[in-house]
Design a protein around this ligand. Structure first.
Ligand code: ASP
Length: 326
């Protein structure tokens, strides 16, 4: 009798877990933060961005419903944005001072604190894919330049000519910036992409992909491929992806600090992101962050005029937005 009751309790426990607990999922994405206002972006342009953001969320949701892992969802969602010329990642990446495209990407999964990243790559079509390969197929976490490309080639990833990344608008941004002889502007870099996911197995993962900052020099690497700065994930706290002026994010250890605020100060994911954005503002840094916690609660915070962003949750909640006030 006792055995039967125990077995029944176990069955009830697992049914509950499947129906009410572990089936929960959430995806949150960004497509860059920066100087933007409704008056400077016409309705057509806004609709173009929202279309790709929506497409990315839909691709991710379908995969999650089919039981895909958070990491695979992060990669597929980011690839949608990397393949769009609208964003500063993959096709559409900003130009270096020398008129080339050098890309950075990273990914981290929260169940085993594993991570992969590539920096300064110039011929890998989808750098986020390479970051996942580094995480799963190499004994390292962070590969750069030629070595990273060689590794990607060995893994069978798609290699392209650097010209593939060319877009007229990004090239003109470089030329204007060089003409003005300013170091960098916030507007020109806008469009880094990122994704944070809670999957139906209860795991968290986050990834970020970027072309960096327009007119960057001397092999400059930003926060996007730096684990703990632009990307972080830990099942005990949250998954985070950042966008903004990378130097500040590296100095703050931004993404990891959000996780630490949750772990050590017991802050909610939204409180932790707000607090970290305040630290960024105090340093006069600009940018934004997206995050999701193990409960599926999400945060989308920024101190700029806008951030291309969106989320979708298993409870049906969905939002796609650009500006501070929508
Ligand atoms: N964080 C990126 C970098 O500094 C740029 C951006 O997100 O706009 O490379």
């Amino acid at each position: 009798m006792k055995l039967r009751i125990s077995l029944l309790l176990i069955v009830v426990f697992f049914v509950n877990l499947t129906v009410f607990g572990q089936q929960k999922y959430a995806i949150v994405i960004h497509g860059g933060a920066g100087v933007m206002s409704k008056s400077r972006m016409n309705d057509e342009r806004q609709a173009e961005y929202k279309k790709v953001l929506n497409q990315a969320l839909e691709v991710g949701e379908k995969l999650l419903k089919d039981g895909a892992t958070a990491t695979d969802v992060v990669v597929e969602v980011i690839q949608v944005m990397e393949n769009s010329p609208l964003f500063n990642a993959g096709k559409g990446a900003v130009f270096t001072n020398e008129g080339k495209n050098e890309l950075d990407a990273s990914i981290m999964e929260g169940n085993n604190i594993n991570a992969g990243a590539v920096a300064g790559v110039s011929n890998i079509k989808n750098p986020i894919n390479a970051a996942r390969e580094v995480m799963y197929k190499s004994e390292h976490v962070f590969l750069s330049g030629k070595g990273a490309s060689e590794f990607a080639k060995q893994q069978g990833l798609e290699i392209v000519n650097n010209k593939y990344f060319f877009t007229k608008s990004r090239y003109e941004s470089l030329k204007q910036l060089q003409k003005r002889e300013r170091e960098r502007t916030k507007k020109d870099n806008m469009g880094t992409v990122g994704c944070a996911v809670l999957d139906t197995h209860g795991n968290l993962s986050a990834g970020t992909s970027t072309g960096g900052m327009t007119n960057k020099k001397f092999g400059r690497i930003g926060d996007a491929p730096v684990i703990g700065a632009g990307t972080y994930a830990n099942n005990n706290t949250c998954a985070v992806s950042c966008t903004g002026h990378g130097e500040y994010y590296i100095r703050l250890g931004f993404a990891r600090d959000i996780s630490a605020l949750m772990e050590y100060k017991n802050l909610s994911v939204s409180e932790a992101c707000k607090e970290e954005i305040n630290k960024l503002s105090e340093l006069d840094g600009t940018g934004g962050v997206i995050a999701v916690d193990a409960n599926g609660d999400i945060a989308m915070e920024f101190n700029t005029g806008g951030m291309f962003r969106g989320f979708i949750k298993s409870n049906g909640e969905k939002e796609i937005a650009i500006f501070k006030e929508n």
